[in-house]
Design a protein around this ligand. Structure first.
Ligand code: GAR
Length: 199
């Protein structure tokens, strides 16, 4: 199977995914990494691993769908079977989802359905919850709402700063995202309505 990663930021999840592909923990081909941000460090991680990259500038398109049509065109060029969003800070259009139904994975830094949207770690930290975490899910039309593949809880200690909590969540993300991709690649996930059954 061929997959692509879309990332907007520092790319630590991408790095964990690249390492899992290199070690054979994910048996699929990471064919391309695309970003909507020219300076995303994720692109640098990809270049170092000699994975083709592209920066696709949202400013070159008049709306979300025409941008996504350009992204999907590139995905087709690379014969991509499924797509992994890793810190991709754009909502994907219905068009994109229709092109890859149940074939787009996303990671979110909270235990969904808690703390959807931007700044999830900050929202959890400020709310005073004792446990937060991270979630890998299938992307559907409604943001941060698709069937959940894996979650890992993270304890919020009274002595945690925002930064230390963020670090713990990132470490958990780097554990569960490669695991979830591996399950997907091996056909171990059965989606039944809102539920994902791990076979
Ligand atoms: C990750 O914490 C990821 O869960 C989050 O962005 C960060 C990207 O880090 N994604 C979202 O908030 C999506 N709603 P990274 O660039 O180091 O992988």
């Amino acid at each position: 199977m061929n997959f692509a990663v879309l990332a907007s930021g520092r790319g630590s999840n991408l790095k964990a995914i690249i390492e899992a592909v290199q070690s054979g923990a994910i048996k699929a081909h990471l064919k391309a990494v695309f970003s909507d941000k020219k300076d995303a460090y994720a692109l640098e991680h990809a270049r170092r691993a000699q994975i083709p990259t592209a920066f696709i500038n949202p400013k070159d398109f008049h709306d979300r769908e025409s941008f996504d049509r350009a992204v999907v065109e590139r995905l087709h060029e690379f014969k991509i079977d499924f797509v992994v969003l890793a810190g991709y800070m754009r909502l994907v259009s219905d068009y994109f989802i229709e092109q890859y139904p149940d074939k787009i994975l996303n990671i979110h830094p909270s235990l969904l359905p808690e703390f959807k949207g931007m700044h999830a770690i900050k929202k959890a930290f400020d709310s005073g919850v004792a446990v937060t975490g991270c979630t890998v899910h299938i992307v559907v039309r409604e943001m941060d709402s698709g069937p959940i593949i894996l979650q890992e809880p993270v304890q919020v200690d009274p002595k945690d700063s925002f930064e230390s909590l963020e670090e713990k969540i990132h470490q958990a993300e780097h554990r569960i995202y490669p695991k979830a991709i591996d399950l997907f690649v091996r056909g171990k996930l059965k989606i039944e309505g809102r539920k994902v059954i791990v076979l």
